[in-house]
Ligand binder design. Structure first.
Ligand SMILES: *Cc1c(COP(=O)(O)O)cnc(C)c1O
Length: 488
């Protein structure tokens, strides 16, 4: 009220605020209900960019005006809620998750620690993940922003275990630690090496075979060479589902090598690890159960709305020892709000953290593993379907075997090759994005540019893939596309 001497930040007029909020919820639901319609990517218009280039406001504005501004933003995502978003590896989200997000925001919990619901919800999710991937009861875990941070946490535990935790205080001292991952491993792995002071070059890039899986003979040779040079191999990273082609390293053999060489075995399963939910392919991922740590995402193939990923560590004591640090003001108690130990802050670098666990819990509790797994299985079938259509059409060329959910191919219907063909394929993908028709991405395989279609999208139907191929062929034949590519 205007005459309240201590007004705070709550609404002046609750009934009006409630009405505004309901209208915004309806606008959000409309967006989700019409997710199949319209453009895939809609670039942020210049007037909107201008609206977000304003001076620091001294006074606020009416709640209804603000809500209208929020509603105006709804069309301008990257397009990953649309069935023809095929770029990089993005999950497509669910309307149900909005409810969990609203609830979490209303609770406004700081899930770094203390004795309240957030801590128990997160423990439930971690126990479910332990069960899903066959980790033992003594394993711990933490919900984080994504696989990138999960990797930093896992590799820090690995580093500290190798140096008997002296690295926590003394740093690396004279240790010269090396790790091993395939040349197709995600960039977050060398970046974690960088962040942890090991240097990204200390993560050796092991060559891959023609299925883009790690060459284990080359791996063994690299370990021998590093030991002979006086270095200290400490971690082996296997990938379950590489970002380029969806390949999975021979995880069972990697687990054997890690065990024989006394290396920490880490698995990057960002999206691929969730293949464990599909009975027909689960055996390929079974050796994740032998890993010392696993990093994976909920926001990719489980379609949890951004962002949420997870790190699991086989030995809880190691995990806690690498991070725990409880100063007086965070002292553990057995009663009261400071109980509920151990706290999540003892398993990672963040103290203040939101209630991400609730949307993950809600996704798994709401859909169950069978339905989530069926959506994953459908994406795999769709990738195979697309590869078959590509292989049957002389205008296209399949550029990698489909191992999981990614199909890499190129348009090859022009009488060109080399850099010109690379440029044409690049141009076709940019045009598909700019026209709002579809959003695949590109990558380089064996030295050439390919169109990369990643299927981590529960809204995609086979007809969307038919349309994609027809549009690629049309753009490839289009003289304007060809001219623009030649100029590029
Ligand atoms: C996406 C991805 C990552 C990085 O995960 P973020 O959630 O984006 O941090 C790591 N590895 C692989 C294989 C990925 O696909």
């Amino acid at each position: 009220m205007a005459d309240d001497p201590e007004p705070g930040l709550d609404p002046h007029d609750w009934p009006a605020f409630r009405e505004t909020a309901h209208a915004l919820l309806d606008a959000a639901m409309d967006k989700m209900q019409t997710a199949r319609e319209g453009r895939v990517w809609t670039p942020f218009p210049s007037e909107m960019k201008l609206a977000f280039d304003q001076p620091l406001p001294e006074t606020g504005q009416d709640e209804a005006v603000l809500a209208a501004q929020l509603a105006e933003l709804l069309p301008y995502g990257a397009g990953n809620t649309h069935p023809r978003f095929f770029g990089w590896v993005h999950g497509s989200g669910t309307p149900q998750n909005l409810l969990a997000e609203i609830t979490a925001s209303a609770i406004n919990a700081n899930a770094g620690g203390r004795d309240h619901g957030a801590v128990y919800i997160e423990r439930q999710v971690v126990r479910w993940c332990r069960e899903l991937f066959g980790f033992p009861e003594g394993a711990s875990g933490l919900i984080v922003s994504g696989t990138s941070l999960a990797t930093v946490i896992a590799l820090k535990v690995a580093r500290d275990v190798r140096l008997e935790f002296s690295s926590r205080k003394d740093g690396l001292a004279n240790a010269r630690l090396t790790g091993y991952a395939s040349a197709e491993a995600h960039a977050c792995n060398p970046r974690a090496f960088d962040i942890l002071g090991l240097g990204s070059d200390a993560l050796r890039k092991i060559p891959v075979n023609d299925r883009f899986e790690m060459d284990t003979a080359a791996l063994r040779a690299a370990i021998v060479a590093d030991r002979a040079a006086g270095l200290q191999p400490f971690v082996l990273i296997g990938t379950a589902g590489t970002v380029n082609t969806g390949a999975t390293d021979p995880l069972a053999e990697l687990a054997d090598i890690a065990s024989a060489e006394s290396l920490w075995f880490h698995v990057d399963g960002a999206f691929g690890a969730l293949g464990s939910l599909v009975p027909e392919i689960a055996s390929r991922f079974a050796s994740i159960a032998r890993a010392d740590s696993l990093a994976f995402d909920f926001h990719k193939w489980l379609h949890v709305n951004y962002d949420a990923g997870c790190v699991l560590v086989r030995d809880e004591a190691h995990h806690r020892h690498a991070f725990t640090d409880r100063p007086d003001y965070l002292k553990a108690a057995t009663r009261g709000l400071a109980a509920g130990n151990p706290w999540p802050v003892e398993y990672g670098p963040e103290l203040s953290r939101g209630l991400r666990a609730l949307k993950v819990w809600s996704q798994i509790a709401g859909f169950g593993t069978q339905r989530l797994g069926a959506a994953i299985a459908r994406n795999c079938s769709q990738a195979t379907y697309l590869a078959e259509k590509v292989a049957a059409d002389t205008r296209f060329e399949l550029m990698a075997p489909v191992a999981l959910n990614i199909c890499c191919f190129r348009y090859a219907g022009a009488e060109i090759s080399g850099a010109a063909l690379d440029a044409l394929n690049e141009e076709i993908v940019i045009r598909l994005q700019e026209l709002g028709i579809a959003a695949p991405s590109t990558t380089r395989l064996n030295g050439v540019t390919v169109i990369r279609v990643n299927l981590t999208n529960h809204r995609t139907r086979s007809a969307d893939l038919d349309l994609l191929l027809a549009e690629i062929a049309a753009l490839g034949e289009n003289t304007e596309t060809r001219r623009a590519a030649a100029l590029a």
